[in-house]
Design a protein around this ligand. Structure first.
Ligand code: FES
Length: 112
């Protein structure tokens, strides 16, 4: 059996995840209040996250996802929509590290 896949929220906790989980799934399953205004159907950009490490474990972003990210704040090359970034395989570095952009951090802190 392979090692469990780990997702770490930068400045936060580290959780186990499974192939097929989205970053949003992992966050919500562990009480991290990542915003998701459209319910995870790629129709907003409120679930925007930055993948600091382990992007090799995730699916490629779609054109629809890129279009939504164009609307998001604090976007970079490592930006993904949490609901669309799905885990396909174990990351080479052992962990997927996720940063929630600073304008969303207050939400996360309030959840704890
Ligand atoms: S929750 Fe709306 S795009 Fe992810």
């Amino acid at each position: 059996m392979s090692d469990p896949i780990r997702v770490r929220f930068v400045d936060g906790d580290e959780f186990e995840a499974a192939i097929g989980d989205s970053i949003l799934d992992v966050a919500l399953a562990h009480g991290i209040d990542l915003d998701h205004a459209c319910g995870g159907v790629c129709a907003c950009s409120t679930c925007h996250v930055r993948i600091v490490e382990g992007a090799d474990a995730l699916n490629e972003s779609s054109d629809d996802e890129e279009d939504q990210l164009d609307e998001a704040r604090d976007v970079g090359l490592d930006s993904r929509l949490g609901c669309q970034a799905k885990i396909l395989r174990a990351p080479a570095g052992g962990v997927i590290a996720v940063r929630i952009p600073s304008w969303n951090v207050n939400l996360v802190r309030e959840a704890h």
